[in-house]
Design a protein around this ligand. Structure first.
Ligand code: FE2
Length: 323
């Protein structure tokens, strides 16, 4: 297990202005660090929105009331690292009560797709407009789209179980401390091809993964404090433990043509595996990838013509489940 303490990054945070100032730079991206790590491994970036008024509890209660119910998810926060998301215990409280008494009610909550509120949409775009030039410098396949914001509100000591998300993500810590245990997205001893196929072709919300104690030695643990953001690459497994205070985090996430392609390939591989084949993982063979995507596109069109829903993957409610 590797532990990354953020002293050097925090020196930059200490010099950062608070948000009483007009919108300036939201993130302090270091270009060489971005180029060296983006999409490959997690890395820290200072940010300047920790004192933004959109993250006060009264404003978050207002936001929670304005979102459609399916975009507000909450449950008990004192749960194990490994749990089937269908079995997660509820906290028995209302949404407002959960936020208002978050310090004491041992709960975990996420407000999803907060860009439905214009003010949060503006802040999301201000952050991602700063990421986009660096990401898109990698080529047209890395153009960012499907921007989505989520806010996590959780009690002291809460746990977010071991899971992974398909979006590319930056998690900005706003309040309290969070310990993010992040794992290599390319390590197939942690996350098998079949698990990835199951995730991307499923229409259910079973986002959690099975955690084994021996995995922990492979974790890199990041201490997130207010003013720090962590880049979490797509499909990097992770679990989270809060520090001794209430935690609020802002997730800014998106997809790209490159990530769309990977999702389509896993969906195609899941179909092939159901036929009894052993498909080649994505990105190993350009020819096979192109063939699968071509066939998959035709099959999807035929299914739609026949009245089906086409490709199954990408349940919109599964987006943005970062801790
Ligand atoms: Fe996550």
């Amino acid at each position: 297990m590797t532990v990354r303490e953020p002293e050097a990054v925090m020196q930059a945070v200490a010099a950062a202005p608070d948000d009483a100032q007009p919108a300036g730079r939201r993130l302090e991206i270091d270009p060489p660090a971005f180029r060296a790590n983006y999409l490959r491994r997690p890395f820290l970036i200072p940010h300047q929105i920790a004192r933004h008024p959109l993250f006060s509890l009264p404003r978050l209660i207002e936001l929670s009331k304005s979102l459609p119910p399916e975009y507000v998810e909450y449950n008990a926060g004192n749960i194990p690292i490994s749990i089937d998301s269908r079995l997660t215990p509820q906290n028995g409280l209302s949404i407002e009560e959960t936020i208002r008494r978050i310090e004491e009610n041992r709960s975990w909550m996420v407000l999803k797709r907060v860009e439905q509120d214009p003010e949060y949409n503006k802040l999301l775009n201000e952050c991602l407009d700063e990421v986009a030039p660096y990401a898109e410098a990698l080529g047209p396949a890395h153009r960012i789209h499907s921007r989505a914001g989520a806010i996590f509100i959780s009690s002291p000591g809460s746990v977010t179980p071991y899971h992974m998300d398909h979006e590319t993500n930056f998690l900005l810590q706003i309040r309290g401390t969070k310990f993010l245990n992040v794992f290599d997205p390319t390590d197939r001893s942690l996350l098998s091809e079949q698990e990835l196929e199951g995730y991307f072709c499923s229409t259910t919300l079973h986002r959690n993964l099975v955690f084994k104690d021996e995995f922990q030695q492979k974790a890199t643990v990041f201490t997130l404090t207010p003013g720090l953001a962590l880049h979490v690459p797509s499909t990097a497994p992770h679990w989270v433990k809060n520090g001794p205070d209430v935690s609020i985090s802002f997730s800014v996430a998106y997809q790209t043509p490159a990530s769309d392609r990977v999702i389509a390939l896993y969906d195609a591989n899941a179909r092939l595996r159901r036929l009894g084949l052993r498909p080649t993982p994505p990105s190993r063979s350009r020819f096979r990838d192109s063939l699968k995507l071509g066939v998959s596109s035709v099959v999807t069109r035929v299914q739609k013509l026949l009245g089906g829903s086409g490709r199954k993957g990408q349940n919109p409610q599964r987006r943005n489940d970062h801790a």
